[in-house]
Ligand binder design. Structure first.
Ligand SMILES: NC(=O)c1ccc[n+]([C@@H]2O[C@H](COP(=O)([O-])OP(=O)(O)OC[C@H]3O[C@@H](n4cnc5c(N)ncnc54)[C@H](OP(=O)(O)O)[C@@H]3O)[C@@H](O)[C@H]2O)c1
Length: 289
């Protein structure tokens, strides 16, 4: 069960237990697309006993089934939530802000998973200071993601536990970190799945250049990236040790790594790539202000 891990938090487990089992807690989710549904599905699986309200103009079959079985209420009249999770596209936020505000009362805590919408913009457009942000990544859709949490400076002590608990259906939760570092963290984990897919692509293309059948090269590259990820997930060793473990001195892997790890190759290319992502993140954030 998704929330089982948090029950081992010792003194914190009471807070988590209260959040899950308290029948009076009310969570409202705005936007049940891919991420929003992954979150809400996790809350339901974990046996969240409170009220889950979902606002979604075009609910999926899955979301409609939750409503039909009485597990959630869908598009019901706005009332202040205890926790309001905003999971709509960032481009829609401006036009939806007034509607979203109708679910906010003085005690409501807002958690936004929208990329590039700052806490200042959230506060400004939603008319509350009680805002927090989280940045999930795509593997969260299968519960294998990592989400970065950002809290306001004056957040009460139990808010972190409550929000972590709500985000755990997507995978592990890191932070809280300062919002100033969120673009850098996003450039690593938010964008990172694409780097992993790119690795499979370029490995396959290089294999084809060296004579392999392109389809066979893609199967080899894909399974290798999948397998390396699974191996890393199953091992406590740092990535560098796992790499060294498969690199015999003066062997063929070392020959390839000397090219890839040359100062001007992957190390500096990644610094540059992350710089570009961080700059773009800041540009997009200024567009949603
Ligand atoms: N997917 C990721 O890997 C990822 C990673 C990090 C952050 N995020 C953030 O997560 C958020 C959601 O992403 P997503 O991939 O789940 O997007 P998505 O699948 O497009 O989900 C957004 C949902 O909001 C719905 N919506 C539209 N108008 C609405 C309204 N008036 N009230 C309530 N809901 C409304 C959309 O419905 P329609 O489709 O019918 O318009 C859609 O179902 C985004 O802000 C994104 O930045 C996503």
């Amino acid at each position: 069960m998704i929330f089982v891990g948090v029950f081992s938090l010792g003194p914190l487990s009471r807070l988590v237990h209260d959040l899950i089992m308290d029948t009076t807690t009310r969570i409202t989710l705005i936007g049940a697309g891919r991420m929003g549904s992954a979150l809400a599905g996790g809350w339901l699986k974990a046996g969240f006993a409170g009220q889950v309200d979902i606002v979604e103009p075009r609910p999926s079959t899955e979301v409609s089934a939750w409503e039909a079985t009485g597990q959630v209420r869908l598009n019901c009249e706005a009332n202040p939530a205890d926790i309001l999770v905003v999971a709509v596209k960032p481009q829609m936020f401006g036009e939806l802000a007034a509607e979203i505000s109708s679910h906010i009362g003085p005690e409501t805590r807002v958690l936004s998973i929208m990329a590039g919408v700052s806490m200042a913009t959230l506060s400004d457009k939603l008319g509350t200071q009680n805002v927090a942000r989280a940045m999930p990544n795509t593997p969260g859709l299968i519960g294998r993601g990592v989400t970065i949490l950002c809290l306001p400076g004056d957040a009460e002590a139990d808010l972190e536990v409550r929000l972590r608990t709500l985000l755990e259906p997507l995978g592990s939760v890191e932070g809280p970190i300062s919002e100033a570092l969120l673009p850098a963290a996003t450039a690593v984990s938010g964008c990172g799945p694409a780097y992993g897919f790119l690795l499979a692509e370029v490995m396959a293309a290089a294999g084809a250049k060296h004579g392999l059948d392109p389809d066979m090269a893609m199967r080899l590259a894909r399974k290798t990236v999948e397998g390396a990820g699974a191996l890393m997930a199953s091992s406590p060793e740092p990535a560098a040790i796992l790499r060294k473990n498969v690199t015999s001195p003066n062997g063929v892997t070392q020959a390839a790594l000397e090219v890839l790890m040359h100062e001007e190759a992957m190390p500096s290319v990644f610094v540059e790539a992350l710089r570009a992502a961080i700059d773009r993140d800041r540009e997009l954030a200024s567009e949603t202000e």
